[in-house]
Design a protein around this ligand. Structure first.
Ligand code: ADP
Length: 372
């Protein structure tokens, strides 16, 4: 028999949220309960960020109670903070000199750094950059994962040429998919490409938390997270709820994109996530026939903007046919043409990113020795 909302609420009414014995459904903290046709149940518990630790066992208990109901195939229960915090003081300036400590608290065991790749708006090449950047970090000999958190338009399966479903291991843990030496997870592996998903705020966080925590990532040096584009509430909540070491902002050089990129920087600063750098994508068009370079969208805007915002500038990626064709064909350029000019650019950016994460001064000139 199909599971109903009432069944779920009944199960949840055995979960208390405080010493006074308040039950979860009557606490005002429970979101709407969503049940899909496959018996997947989704809900979230609203908490203040300061209560997250206390509520984690409650979240687990709630999840367990619902999972035990007949007809439930899986449960996505997450803690969300719907109301953003009052803006925290701006994150310390990133000169690249101080190491970024792996974030404490809800850190993912075995994963040293989680880095968000974000953009102020869609279509600037965020996913393409995240994917090639992950591969370029991998080319440095690092253990790297790529988490597609762009649940509105998951593109990692296509970018890495992956299809099929991840294997379930140990109960409800998913094994990440693998391509080109990267471990990868995407909502695109879990839902049918055609199925229209309407994501409500708490569900966004639930899905991402599950892909973060219920996947056997193993030991990773870096987990690159392809964020949903934009700087709305969902993105802010995510930035806050994910134990990020830092964020990278991808922008095209036009003024309009730069305004959005600025919003991205502000968003991460609000939640005290260090900005590891800005990348200018589609900087210059390189003609595939003659190699001539034209600045279709302008050039250098993101570098100037990074300077103005006092965040590191990681580099410029040209607009090339090779990048577009390889990413759309699931054969990312860094993996398939590792000695080519594009791979070299991504590798340079990845090196700066990695040294910013580890505290080495990035892009800083060596001291001049003056002999008098
Ligand atoms: P976003 O994630 O910001 O929405 P995508 O990474 O999906 O953007 O890129 C949008 C389109 O632009 C894709 O077709 C992709 O192949 C192309 N693209 C991205 N970066 C470049 C680049 N540097 N040169 C050429 N095409 C690019």
């Amino acid at each position: 028999m199909a599971i109903t909302r009432d069944d779920v609420l009944k199960a949840l009414s055995t979960v208390t949220v405080d010493r006074g014995g308040t039950k979860l459904p009557g606490s005002g903290r429970l979101s709407q309960v969503v049940i899909d046709a496959g018996g997947r149940v989704m809900f979230s518990i609203s908490v203040d960020p300061s209560e997250a630790e206390r509520f984690e066992p409650i979240r687990r208990e709630a999840e367990g109670r619902v999972l035990a109901l007949p007809g439930v195939s899986s449960v996505l229960a997450s803690l969300t903070s719907e109301r953003p915090n009052a803006p925290a003081p701006a994150a310390p300036r990133q000169s690249g000199a101080a190491p970024v400590p792996p974030r404490q608290g809800n850190a993912l065991p075995g994963v040293r750094h989680i880095v968000a790749v974000a953009s102020g708006k869609g279509g600037v090449g965020k996913s393409t950059t995240a994917c090639n950047l992950a591969l370029a970090l991998r080319a440095q000999g690092l253990k790297v994962g790529l988490l597609d958190a762009d649940i509105y338009g998951p593109s990692v399966p296509k970018l890495l040429g992956l299809s099929g479903k991840p294997r379930v291991i140990e109960g409800r843990t998913l094994e990440p998919m693998e391509a080109y030496g990267l471990k990868a997870m995407s909502i695109g592996f879990l839902i049918e490409p055609e199925s229209a998903m309407i994501w409500r705020g708490p569900m966004v966080q639930s899905a991402i938390t599950q892909m973060l925590r219920d996947v056997a990532w193993g030991d990773l040096d870096v987990l690159v997270v392809d964020m949903p584009p934009g700087t709305g509430d969902a993105q802010l909540t995510m930035a806050q709820a994910t134990p990020l070491s830092g964020a990278v902002i991808v922008s095209t050089p036009q003024d309009l994109a730069l305004i959005d990129a600025r919003r991205g920087v502000t968003m991460f600063r609000k939640v005290s996530v260090p900005i590891l750098g800005v990348i200018e994508n589609m900087a210059t068009f390189i003609c595939p026939k003659c190699g001539h370079a034209s600045d279709i969208f302008g050039h250098g805007g993101a570098r100037q903007e990074a300077q103005r915002l006092e965040v590191p500038f990681l580099g410029e990626i040209p607009l090339t046919m090779a990048i577009r064709e390889t990413s759309d064909a699931g054969r990312p350029v860094v993996a398939t043409d590792p000695d080519g000019p594009q791979a070299k650019i991504y590798r340079g950016i990845a090196e700066k990113l990695w040294s910013n994460l580890n505290g080495a001064p990035a892009g800083r000139a060596a001291p001049k020795i003056v002999i008098e």
